[in-house]
Design a protein around this ligand. Structure first.
Ligand code: ATP
Ligand code: MG
Length: 573
């Protein structure tokens, strides 16, 4: 924790933190001096009956407490500033890190967890670093100073005080520990609830259409209940701690007054000194409480830091290559590729195929045959277990991932649009594209006409995840987004699945247009798309069962033709 504190907080923001330390020293010096003045007040002004002296001393006390308040504020101000900057920087670094993670991480990690790294956990770290650690350091100093002054005043009375105090301190720290335990339990429950809520929000439409509101409510209610119980534990303990500590403190104080009172009567101590001493004593629990809080906050911060580091610890199974590639020719070859996900059996088995620029290759097969996985491998979201994939004869694992993906115009099975205008969405991969380039790509993708019918044309917002558009419209925007990159390879996962036959013909025409000179893979369920392709690769349970020109395959009556006949592939005839 101290290391984290030093490297991420003190060093980068040394100016802010050192100003804060100076402010703190001034504030605490003022605070420590005030009781001394009270002593002069009682022993000097009150005893001698000097009104002017009294006024001066009272003004002095007010000034000291004012200084203390002012510089405590400056201290907090500077610390908060440094803390917020640190968190912003960490958050930014984490966001960058997020995009560098393997695709498989997101498949296997609940979104709620990742979201809570950015919110809860970072807040805990900020608390620990900008409040916890500094409090621990400065309040310890403060406490030492108070103790020194007390010993200086009257070591016997100080001794009595220090025998009484540890009991109180122990009680406080015991409860604080319990509080921290319940706190982290609560944290955990909240994270689970957030994750569930996140899913619930995303799936409202599905839930409503299936009429499972009750079921979802019951499921969520269990979590609500859990959270309420945990919250209650924390707050119940809170409710107990304060009166208990106050009671113990009162007992301790009374004991000190009794002992000190005897000394005053015996003539060993002035009334003013006893009074000042009591004020110092009252000032002890503050720093002690802050120190124990600092400890628990540091512990929580450390746990959060560990969790966040989960992002850094993710194994990079996809290792970036070193070869750059400006413009590939576009010859793609799969050689004896076997692949499986971390769970389950082989998804692709001994897949070998080659494609040249100008080829339009249809990858077909029943659902679950491994077609999308084929695309995932070509894009290097995963690497094959054995065998290799080559682009222009180079193993794609030795290419820079950025350079490889730049060659490929990819449309996902369920294309994602961003919550921005249509224009921004189309030129996502090429932000410098001009309006006319965007328009040309949209025309090729047969999207221009419907875009012009929207109230704001290319500036129309598409809504969150493209919610304002129909499925087919989203698909065509995604096609335009791929086309505008002028990629060497086009990789289209079910590009016509959501279109009616008229729009489908137009998109097919668009694909034929843009496929000249490019290597095109179309994953499809659609017979007219198949007929438009040069070559069909028929995948069955991860294995290439048959390849050839579609009409030949149908005529030959092999595995592919039989599957089409049985309607197993779900092709539109
Ligand atoms: N992330 C994953 N982890 C584990 N198994 C997976 C994962 N993604 C897909 N699979 C499995 O791999 C197999 C192939 O999936 P894939 O998505 O490639 O099928 P597909 O041919 O694209 O099917 P569809 O036509 O339905 O899109 C399926 O059995 C699927 O359950
Ligand atoms: Mg698929």
């Amino acid at each position: 924790m101290l290391q984290l504190y030093w490297h991420k907080f003190v060093v980068p923001y040394w100016l802010l933190t050192s100003v804060a330390v100076v402010c703190f020293i001034i504030a605490s010096a003022a605070g420590l001096a005030a009781p001394l003045i009270i002593k002069f007040l009682i022993d000097g002004a009150l005893e001698s009956g000097d009104f002017q002296y009294l006024d001066i001393i009272v003004v002095g006390i007010v000034v000291l407490y004012f200084l203390r308040a002012l510089f405590t504020f400056f201290y907090g101000y500077n610390m908060a500033k440094a803390g917020c900057r640190m968190i912003a920087r960490l958050r930014a670094a984490m966001f960058v890190r997020l995009h560098s993670l393997d695709y498989s991480y997101f498949v296997n990690t609940p979104t709620g967890n990742v979201v809570s790294y950015f919110t809860n956990d970072l807040n805990l770290i900020q608390q620990a670093v900008a409040v916890g650690v500094p409090d621990l350091l400065v309040e310890s100093l403060n406490l030492l100073a108070i103790i020194a002054i007390m010993v200086y005043f009257d070591w016997q009375l100080a001794l009595v005080t220090f025998v009484t105090l540890p009991f109180i301190v122990y009680a406080i720290s015991h409860f604080n520990r319990k509080l921290a335990e319940f706190g982290s339990l609560l944290e955990h429950t909240m994270a689970k609830m957030t994750s569930l809520l996140h899913q619930a929000i995303l799936s409202t439409m599905m839930v409503q259409s299936y009429g499972r509101e009750d079921y979802e409510y019951r499921r969520f209610r269990a979590k609500i209940h859990e959270a309420a119980v945990d919250l209650f534990h924390v707050q119940r303990l809170n409710a107990l701690v304060i009166p208990l500590v106050e009671f113990l403190a009162a007992i301790g104080l009374t004991f000190i007054i009794w002992f000190g009172g005897r000394e005053v009567i015996g003539g060993d101590l002035t009334i003013g000194a006893l009074f000042a001493f009591l004020v110092y004593t009252i000032n002890i629990p503050g720093p002690v409480r802050k120190i124990t809080q600092a400890f628990s906050s540091m512990k929580l911060g450390l746990v959060a830091w560990e969790r966040i580091h989960d992002l850094d610890r993710q194994p990079h199974t996809i290792v970036d290559g070193h070869l750059d590639l400006d413009k590939a020719v576009g010859r793609v070859e799969f050689r004896n590729v076997f692949f499986r996900y971390t769970t389950g059996g082989d998804v692709l088995k001994d897949v070998s195929l080659a494609a040249d620029p100008g080829d339009v290759i249809a990858v077909v097969g029943p659902s679950g045959a491994g077609k999308s996985s084929f695309a995932n491998l070509l894009l290097r979201f995963y690497d094959p277990d054995t065998g290799a994939i080559y682009l222009d004869g180079i193993d794609i694992r030795s290419l820079q991932i950025g350079a490889l993906r730049h060659q490929i115009g990819f449309i996902q099975q369920n294309p994602i649009l961003f919550d921005a205008s249509i224009l921004e969405n189309i030129r996502y991969g090429r932000p410098t594209a001009s309006y006319s380039q965007v328009e040309r790509a949209a025309k090729l993708a047969n999207a221009h006409d419907f875009i012009m019918e929207l109230p704001r044309g290319y500036d129309s917002p598409v809504g969150e995840l493209g919610a304002n558009l129909s499925g087919g419209q989203r698909q065509r925007i995604a096609l335009a987004r791929a086309i505008i990159l002028e990629p060497v390879i086009l990789l289209l996962d079910e590009p016509t699945a959501a279109l009616d036959s008229h729009a489908e013909q137009q998109v097919l025409a668009a694909i034929r247009n843009v496929s000249t000179g490019r290597t095109t893979f179309i994953i499809t369920h659609n017979l007219s798309t198949l007929l438009a392709s040069d070559k069909v690769v028929y995948l069955d349970a991860g294995r290439i069962a048959e390849t050839g020109v579609c009409s030949d395959l149908l005529a030959r009556g092999g595995a592919f033709a039989r599957a089409v006949d049985r309607g197993e592939l779900g092709y539109k005839q």
